[in-house]
Design a protein around this ligand. Structure first.
Ligand code: URA
Length: 233
């Protein structure tokens, strides 16, 4: 990769600022001053210092966002605020995107990354990872309705949903775990058994658990262990 590209990706500065610094002699590659911004470097092995400080290259970024209601799960939108608008300038990168979607009025765990391959694997229909939702519903579910949700329900598509798992928390609160990611799936599953979703928050995704310390709208980088969990999901 070009030295100036690497340094601007690392947010050392804009591409033009970085070129200027390189020409000025602020950058060394493997201990040698490098004044050519176009110098090809090996980002994984070369030792690159700016003003004597070593910079290290990170290819992939993974963030856990507690999505608030009112923002859309997209990278850009003409009218609406997007989940990427919640990322601070210091962390913003052109290649970040949300892995899958939560509805505008849904809160909770949304993964943001620039790792397209991992995202693709996590969303592949044949191995959709488990997702658990906290759901506030209009009225209590009967035993029969729970059983329907746990066997698969008709949401107006060719196939029934895969069996979900229901855990009752209170009269009108459940945890629902599903293994697919069909459009509005939770709302449509509850509607299929004559109920209505009043509030929805995703609390797990592919082995990741929403960090309780994250207020709606806040995010943090995943730990190495969490990234590992996702790769194994
Ligand atoms: N199911 C829904 O209905 N909405 C979401 O945002 C996620 C799952």
């Amino acid at each position: 990769m070009r030295l100036d590209k690497l340094l601007s990706e690392l947010k050392i500065g804009s591409r033009s600022r970085v070129k200027e610094e390189i020409r000025r002699g602020s950058v060394t590659v493997n201990g040698q001053k490098e004044t050519d911004p176009g110098r090809k470097v090996d980002e994984n092995n070369d030792v690159i210092c700016v003003l004597g400080e070593r910079v290290s290259y990170q290819r992939f970024y993974y963030y856990m966002l507690n999505k608030p209601a009112g923002v859309v799960s997209a990278t850009s939108d003409q009218r609406e605020r997007t989940v990427l608008d919640l990322v601070s300038a210091g962390d913003r990168r052109d290649d970040l995107f949300p892995v899958g979607r939560l509805d505008k009025d849904t809160e909770g765990l949304l993964l943001l990354t620039n790792d397209g391959e991992l995202a693709h694997r996590l969303l592949a229909p044949r191995r959709h990872v488990d997702k658990t939702y906290y759901v506030r519903i209009a009225h209590e579910l009967s035993e029969e309705e729970v059983s329907l949700l746990e066997h698969g329900v008709d949401i107006g598509e060719e196939k029934l949903t895969l069996p979900g798992k229901v855990e009752r928390i209170a009269e009108s609160e459940i945890l629902l775990t599903i293994h697919e990611g069909r459009f509005h799936q939770v709302k449509r599953m509850l509607s299929a058994v004559g109920n209505e979703v009043l509030f929805l928050r995703r609390i797990t995704f592919g082995g990741l658990v929403l960090d309780e310390k994250l207020a709606p709208g806040a995010y943090r980088e995943l730990t190495e262990a969490e990234v590992e969990v996702l790769h194994e999901a």
